[in-house]
Design a protein around this ligand. Sequence first.
Ligand code: PLP
Length: 386
Amino acid sequence: MSLKIDSILIHGGVDGDATTGAVNVPVYQTSTYRQDGLGKNRGWEYSRTGNPTRDALEKLIAELEGGKYGFAFASGLAAINTVLSLFKTGDKIVVSDNIYGGTFRILDKVFTNFGIEYKIVDTSDLEAVEATIDSDVKAVYVESPTNPLLVVTDLAEVASIAHKAGVLLIVDNTFLTPYLQRPLELGADIVIHSGTKYLGGHSDTVSGLAVVNDKEIADRLYYLQNAIGGVLAPWDSFLMIRGIKTLAVRMDRHVKNAQRIAEWLADSDYVDRVYYPGLKRDPGYEVQKKQADGAGAMISFVLKDRYDYRAFFEKLRLITLAESLGGVESLVSHPASMTHAAIPPEIRRQTGIVDELIRLSVGIEDADDLIQDLEQAILASEKGVI
Ligand SMILES: *Cc1c(COP(=O)(O)O)cnc(C)c1O
């Protein structure tokens, strides 16, 4: 029976426990497994290599992304580390010019030590992507929408450019989740997630996921997952499966709240700029509408000069100043000093991550309460008033 995504979220992967009938996959909190004789095991040997709770999550995320093979890691960056380990000295990777700060950091400070270089490009500019791919480039790495400027890249177009050049397309789908966007169906070869964000959804677990369709890439990733060892623990795998069950209802509310708040901000006299691909005036609006089922719930904005952004963060009462995003509670952050501090100031400025930029992860609280909190904090941060 072919199920729609709302049902796969609840019944996909491994549906319950075959042995006991438990409706939830149990937490197999074990490091090892009894073997019945030399070379005779029951499918499980050691929990870095495989664990039934992790396996259930891996099958679930694969099914949700419309892929064949899923992998779960101890964090989004552990997933990224493992995927980047597919490459070798001399290889180059083309990356979106504003990406998650930690992704930039691992490329810039870790993989360069092994002779794997990166090139930064605005991946929403298809000609620029094409022009940047030379014979050393082995992959294009895209976030769409990007963190934190919500720049939208046409994934099907970039996939066809990448494949024409014989290189892989890797997409970080953290901001939208498979509920809103399925990059493999648009031609991507590898999808990556920080499960810490919307998939887990409750700001209580750090995790990472990767999904692929190609058997050969899957075999290599499985080998690397076991060889590097950054796997997700059984309890965290359980929490991820639990979080994913409510993804559809959470995302619906996240997106509805975000659309309202983005429109309210854009129509107000408080902001200089609002970045949200659900706004008709946003440069990514049409592509976003074409390739995804919603614009997500991340909004970035710059207040007018008469407001002090530092004071704004302190005046918020309901919305919490914190790293991370994608939880049920609304969080606000300052990319320049928090999530994107690892990116050198000149690159930050070039790409638009100005010091005044505010990033809002819209939660699922009442939208009127959120707007009220934003408005009182903006008014209280007016220069000369404070
Ligand atoms: C948070 C995040 C990551 C890193 O994931 P962790 O779980 O924090 O290691 C990668 N990409 C994006 C888009 C993120 O938001």
